[in-house]
Design a binder for this molecule. Structure first.
Ligand code: NAD
Length: 182
């Protein structure tokens, strides 16, 4: 039994992430997907909750040919203990797939084998660029699986992101809406 671990913030889950999962399921018997920074939501870098990200991933992977587990994982203050933290939260795994330099280093220092899949169309397929498109009203739907478009619509995710953007850039909006609640 070869079980592989793949971690990301998935803000949101996009087609680049999907290409990594396609590779992992060709090479492993089971897949563990860690949803990193699970404690973060409702900010411009991390608009979606861990639960919403679980929904995006499980819906997008419906019908996947191999068993998989989706596990939200909160960040911890000490990088040197992070691998142990991950291991304590997941089923046992033998290999790690990531292109994140810090994640590569921490797992390699722990003596575990890390694979770094080629990035798929990185310029367009990055969380940063997709969130920017969501903010500015450009099209983003073609960059994520259709199931993710549906989840974001159900949770009114674009409204949330635009509200967060407005609050960040326009203090008057915050004051006005605050006064409305007095
Ligand atoms: P991410 O969602 O940006 O990316 C997830 C994975 O997909 C990464 O391996 C990334 O390289 C890959 N990817 C992204 N775009 C791709 C594309 N176009 N094609 C192919 N692959 C692509 O998430 P991330 O930032 O890598 O997530 C790491 C998580 O680990 C974060 O939540 C971070 O906080 C957490 N972490 C925590 C600690 C700690 O708590 N001390 C330490 C290290 C990492």
């Amino acid at each position: 039994m070869k079980r592989a671990f793949y971690i990301g913030r998935f803000q949101p889950f996009h087609n680049g992430h999907l290409t990594v999962i396609d590779r992992i399921i060709r090479e492993a018997d089971e897949l563990i997907i860690g949803i990193g920074s699970a404690q973060l939501s409702h900010d411009l870098e991390n608009p979606f909750t861990a639960g919403e990200r679980v929904l995006m991933i499980t819906r997008a992977l419906e019908g996947l040919s191999k068993p998989y587990y989706v596990i939200p994982i909160e960040d911890i203050q000490r990088n040197s203990l992070w691998v142990a933290h991950i291991i304590s939260m997941t089923p046992p795994f033998e290999t790690i797939y990531t292109s994140n330099p810090l994640v590569i280093r921490l797992f390699r220092e722990a003596g575990m084998p890390v694979f770094s899949p080629t990035l798929f169309e990185r310029e367009s397929h990055s969380g940063t660029s997709i969130r920017q498109r969501m903010r500015s009203g450009e099209s983003w739907e073609h960059l994520v699986p259709p199931a993710v478009v549906k989840v974001i619509s159900e949770i009114q995710g674009i409204d949330r992101i635009r509200d967060l953007d407005r609050n960040d850039n326009d203090p008057e909006t915050v004051q006005t809406s605050g006064a409305d609640h007095v």
